[in-house]
Design a protein around this ligand. Structure first.
Ligand code: KIV
Length: 278
């Protein structure tokens, strides 16, 4: 198995993470750690820390651009973010969300969006939201040799159909649909499936029933891996507080404190010092 524990300090023969690595990790019970990234500098730090997968999520629409939903972000903007991330990564697998409206129309359009992402950014895979309705799309993209990650449960591109960000598949009808969709995506050939905001027991069942790794977000501990939006995990976002987010730090407060200090230093003439001048 070719997993790794560290990026920056890893031995030189440490392998790049591939879709095969993730499969091996599931087989041997090693949990997969995935985070989002949208820019070069943070991608470099996350990669050096040893993250397995970096998702250039369309959550960039929220945390980078300040939109309320993921719907407005464009394919060109996603490609720009993906290019920045790819430049910062030496080991992690880079997966890019196909944005809303660039793959749901027809399979030809979906393939051309996926090809653009791969050619123009150098990323390693794409992610699409949805179940049975996007199986032909997944198959068409895969035929071109592009790995595809699926995404079931609370799929944010469908927020206006759902009407809220509540937990999905609590009732048996929707739960059964999700179980079937996971199997259909697996058969279509996805290398992994994100399960977002569904009951932990359902996510555990799905994770045990499909051979590909599941990556949970608000889907309990029995998924084969976990993903968080980096800005949430590091406390850069403050107004998004679902129970599934663990804040490892409060970077917003730290940054504010340091910026206040900088302002004071500038105002008082304490910065720059003689050592910081020429
Ligand atoms: O866009 C995103 O960040 C995502 C994750 C929340 C899974 O799709």
């Amino acid at each position: 198995m070719s997993t790794r524990t560290s990026g920056k300090n890893a031995p030189e023969d440490v392998a790049r993470v591939t879709t095969r690595t993730l499969q091996d990790m599931k087989a041997s019970g090693v949990k997969i750690a995935m985070l989002t990234a949208y820019d070069f500098t943070s991608a470099r730090i996350l990669d050096a820390a040893g993250i397995d997968v970096l998702l250039v999520g369309d959550s960039a629409s929220n945390v980078m651009a300040g939109h309320e939903t993921t719907l407005p972000i464009t394919l060109d903007q996603m490609i720009y973010h993906a290019q920045c991330v790819v430049r910062g990564v030496s080991l992690a697998l880079v997966v890019v969300d196909l944005p809303f409206g660039t793959y749901q129309g027809n399979t030809k359009e979906a393939l051309s969006s996926a090809v653009r992402v791969m050619k123009e950014s150098g990323a390693h895979a794409v992610k699409v939201e949805g179940g049975r309705s996007i199986v032909p799309t997944v198959e068409r993209i895969l035929e071109a040799g592009i790995p595809v990650m699926g995404h079931l449960g609370l799929t944010p591109q469908s927020i206006y159909r759902f009407g809220s960000y509540q937990v999905r598949a609590r009732d048996e009808v929707e739960a059964e649909e999700l179980r079937e969709d996971a199997v259909l995506l697996e058969r279509a050939g996805v290398f992994s499936i994100v399960l977002e905001k569904i009951p932990a027991s359902l996510a555990a069942e799905v994770s045990a029933s499909v051979s590909v790794p599941t990556i949970g977000i608000g889907a309990g501990a029995q998924c084969d891996g976990q993903v968080l939006v980096t800005h949430d995990a590091l406390g850069l976002t403050t107004d998004f507080n679902p129970r599934f987010v663990r804040r490892y730090t409060h970077l917003d407060e730290q940054i504010e404190g340091h910026v206040k200090q900088y302002i004071d230093d500038v105002r008082s003439g304490n910065f720059p010092s003689d050592e910081e001048s020429y």
